[in-house]
Design a protein around this ligand. Structure first.
Ligand code: C5P
Length: 223
């Protein structure tokens, strides 16, 4: 099948992107990080000092934004209007504003169009919050990753430390993650929820390799 689809959803810092990248690499599928697209828009909106409660204004900013996900050897770069924003979109100011930006119906509608377009005619692993429920409802494999909030905060803490962009304590990070999950789960438009037909994997005590292997087995079975 030439356009095999793997949808990976779950709360913040559950390991979605790490696992998705590896599965994509092994299967020679394209990896699409939809969170990066919402982050890129948030970055642009903050730069332009736009009112983040104004969905229409955000949509017009998005209409003029060219967001490219450029595949690299071990992941992808995020290019916004020709500029590499891969690092800056991970900063705290963007992270803490992205749930508000992505809550707007107008914004989501356009993002979903773009995401479906990216998945046309090619095998994809797409990760996000609404991929299995909304963006790719007919995906061949749907995964919902979970992990305790303590474990997720710890993983993100280590990751940010390694990248040298850590600006908060572990405790604060855990609070921020919990708050982002709450906002993403309680929003009106395509909230974070497990698709009925998604396979749930609790990664709290699993290694990355364990999770990747389980997903690869499902891909093989359905390919
Ligand atoms: O995956 P990541 O943590 O980078 O996503 C950042 C934010 O983008 C999420 O907290 C959520 O508000 C939003 N998002 C979304 N729908 C997606 C992917 C991300 O609303 N499919």
């Amino acid at each position: 099948k030439e356009n095999f689809q793997v949808a990976i959803d779950g709360p913040a810092a559950a390991g979605k992107s790490t696992v998705a990248k590896k599965v994509a690499q092994i299967c020679s599928f394209i990896y699409i990080d939809t969170g990066a697209m919402y982050r890129a828009l948030t970055f642009k909106a903050l730069e332009e000092k736009v009112d983040l409660t104004d969905g229409q204004k955000l949509k017009s900013i998005l209409d003029s934004a060219i967001i490219k996900l450029k595949p690299t050897k071990n992941g992808q770069r995020v290019i916004l209007d020709g500029e590499d924003v891969s690092e800056v979109i991970r900063y705290q100011n963007v992270t803490n504003a992205v749930s508000l930006v992505s809550s707007h119906r107008e914004v989501r509608k356009e993002m979903v169009l773009r995401q479906r377009n990216l998945a046309k005619n090619t095998g994809v692993v797409m990760d996000g919050r609404d991929i299995g429920t909304h963006v790719l409802p007919d995906a061949d494999v749907k995964i919902f990753l979970r992990a305790s909030v303590e474990e997720r905060a710890l993983r993100r803490y280590k990751e940010l430390m390694a990248k040298n962009i850590l600006a908060v304590s572990l405790e604060k990070l855990q609070e921020e993650i919990a708050l982002r999950d709450k906002k993403d789960s309680e929003r009106e438009v395509s909230p974070l929820v497990k698709a009925e037909d998604a396979i749930e994997i609790d990664t709290t005590s699993l290694s990355i390799e364990d999770v990747v292997d389980r997903i690869l087995a499902l891909v093989k079975e359905r390919q």
